[in-house]
Design a binder for this molecule. Sequence first.
Ligand code: MSP
Length: 511
Amino acid sequence: MKDTFYVTTPIYYPNDVPHIGHAYTSVAADIIARYHRLRGERVFHLTGTDEHGLKLQRAAEAAGVDPRTWVDRMEPRWREVWSRLDIAYDDYIRTTEPRHEAAVAQLLQAVYENGRDDIYPGIYEGLYCVSCELYYGESDLEGGNCPIHGRPVELLREENYFFRLSAYRDRLLEHYEHHPEAVQPEVRRNEVLSVIRGGLQDFSISRTSFHWGIPLPWDPRHVCYVWFDALTNYITAAGYGSDPERFGRMWPADVHLMAKDILRQHAVYWPAMLMAAGVEPARQVWAHGYLLVGGEKMSKTKLTGIHPFELIDHFGVDSYRYYFMREIQFGQDGNFSWESMVERHNADLANGLGNLLSRVLAMLAASFEGRVPPPDGTGAEGDLPAVAADVLGRYEGHFGRMELSSAVGAAWDLVGRVNQYLVEREPWKVARDPARQEEAGAVLYAAAEALRILAVLISPVMPGAAARVWEQLGIAAPLGAQRLPEAAAWGGLAPGTVTRRGEALFPRIDA
Ligand code: MSP
């Protein structure tokens, strides 16, 4: 029985190193996975590299090495980025691994033998974009070039096996009618429906013009088409064909996350391939927008790629993760700019959360020897408990609808309210009056308690910063053991807790 929340990223092409566009998807997937862990769910977060195909073979040729040497050299360059970005994946798949080659062979064989001739031989001639690893029709092109990469396509002609996608039109439409949530957001769903309604063409699933791929089990002169190979990774890692018990716990995947560039492969090819093999399609394909630089999709092909380290070195990993999730409405295209990143860092992190933590801890140190005082039972906390409860409700609602930017924004409403509350209650003044110690203590209790709740809420987004807040608050129970919603209920901070003022959470950055 399925018992695991299963989220995936695309498996990336290691023909080159990652840029912040790839990292955008991986950070989002990690935040989703961490959020579900925080809710106490069993989670499986899969990522990896897509290592076969013509694009890879050509990158290797250009470097003067064989494809295997090339992918072995490049793959660690991806993992090093995920590691510095605090991406806590549960499995990392490489399509050159034997477990994957076995799963692809099984899936191919299952479709080949399904009794409906869904795989048949033929000759293909068409216009091919190597960057996309995709054939295009004349009408798809823009000025004769690939609509995604703006590069010339090539005329390829070869003997292929085809997959009878055209036969799946009605079943796909029916599937999406019964499962409106299966492609999101809504604009992407409409796009997919119109592609399917417009009629589907069979696509070739093998290549004979080069050899860097997985051989077809029934005709090893052919290697499997890289997209058929790559999409299969999602079931390989879940135990397809090797571990039925595990496969039952994992599949169908809950969310395949990606940008809209590869929506068609995920929402049209992939479910049809699975249907042809008698496997249930994934529950959801969620396609976010593009990260733009100067108004254009950032890409290595167009030489606008920025390596994540360039930003992490300057802003730190937590600020990095926060910026991209907060700044860009999840689902829409969004511009990256250095200026907006500096501004967000200083306003929301250094002056917002960071300053709040340091002020509260400084006042606790000055007036209460760093110990959390008790709440006074006279309502000194004001509306903070109600605001925290409201924020939690919205935060969970937004996460449920994949509104990641709004979920993060909800937590910042609490930051804003606590800062304002301190201005209103002036605990630094109240504490100077010996007769009002209890009141000053209760106000600081409320502020510290709000910080505890904030640490829990930001932990999926900024796991490092959340851990530092937790540590400075001096809470003994591990942050990793906190579960929503209980951990965000008001009153969890124990009076008497010894706080430990530490370094500034987010030092300001000069513009
Ligand atoms: N290998 C295929 C995916 C196979 S999945 C079965 C592939 N790889 S890729 O390296 O080109 O990665 C594409 C993905 O990287 C996008 O779908 C998106 O998740 C991410 N992005 C790459 N550039 C991006 C932007 N400029 N903006 C947002 N996401 C970006 O396609």
